[in-house]
Design a binder for this molecule. Structure first.
Ligand code: NAP
Length: 265
């Protein structure tokens, strides 16, 4: 694998950016609320139109727009939509200038998304996404953190308990932008190498939703086993659904982290 390195988040300078965000669900809503607090100019869009966006998401300064407007005149476009919606927004992504960083939060769950034969046969999820986007490269970020952690456990850089996440991509400029924004979202970014290696942060991997710190991430990336990912991902979902039916159990964010640690490590 390419060398994973801990980023120096304390030294990372925040440069103010224009950001487009498509998808205002579990993950997108946290980013919509947090990134404006760091001074960024944030435009947010969903599928149904700007008038349907909850005013709560605009409270810190984000602007509700159409997807076309979100993808216009921005330094970074964050895609936080279901994997199988990628091809629908491909024309918007393809029209972006080269220097705009495209950052994708998506994961593949065959029980939730339409089945994708290529991924089931081992294609790296982000490489499949790049194909859906007509070849436009992406940075993979925020995919390996549960929405509850992003919403509730964000901390300032330097906090010893700050949660870290891997960030993978092939374009150094785009990756640097993504790592800056991860830092501004309250998490430590760790450079996880190339998109070809990004299977190491897919569902089923030791780094996936296990709430690690930056020091722990490189070893977790290294320990990932590609042939185990799908089986472990599906095992997690099966246990989760089973336990959700059991009223004697508390299935909350902590539960998710503990179960991920048991199954994925
Ligand atoms: N949930 C998590 O904890 C988590 C963690 C890490 C990564 N992820 C990944 O991040 C992605 C988003 O997850 P989520 O849980 O935030 O999803 P979600 O709650 O289902 O929200 C999806 C958002 O995408 C929008 N959308 C769907 N198709 C669209 C299109 N064609 N054009 C514009 N917007 C579109 C939806 O618009 P409407 O609101 O109008 O329906 C919605 O705002 C997924 O790929 C997921 O696997 C999720």
């Amino acid at each position: 694998m390419s060398t994973a390195r801990k980023s120096d988040t304390n030294a990372r300078r925040t440069s103010l950016m224009k950001i487009g965000l498509i998808g205002t669900g579990h993950i997108g809503s946290s980013l919509a609320k947090r990134l404006p607090t760091k001074g960024h100019e944030v435009k947010i869009a969903n599928l149904r139109g700007p008038e349907t966006i909850d005013s709560d998401l605009l409270a810190t300064g984000a602007q509700a727009v159409t997807a076309e407007e979100a993808a216009s005149d921005v330094d970074a476009l964050i895609l936080s939509i279901p994997l199988n919606a990628m091809s629908k927004i491909a024309p918007l992504v393809q029209s972006l200038p080269e220097q705009t960083a495209v950052i994708d939060t998506s994961n593949y769950y065959p029980n939730r998304d339409e089945a994708v034969e290529a991924i089931d046969n081992g294609q790296v999820e982000s490489e499949w996404v790049v194909e859906q986007l007509g070849g436009r490269t992406i940075v993979k970020a925020w995919n390996a953190v549960g929405w509850g952690v992003l919403a509730d456990d964000a901390r300032e850089a330097g906090d010893p308990e700050r949660v870290a996440i891997p960030v993978a991509g092939d374009d150094a400029h785009a990756k640097e932008i993504a790592m800056t924004l991860v830092n501004d979202s309250g998490l430590d970014p760790v450079d996880a190498g190339s998109l070809a290696e990004s299977w190491r942060q897919q569902p089923g991997s030791p780094v996936y939703c296990t709430k690690l710190t930056a020091d722990q991430i490189p070893a977790a990336l290294k320990a990932a086993r590609k042939e185990k990912l799908a089986h472990r991902r599906d095992m997690f979902v099966a246990v989760l659904f089973d336990h959700m039916e059991d009223e004697t159990l508390t299935v909350d964010g902590d539960y998710g982290t503990q179960l991920s640690r048991i199954i994925y490590s």
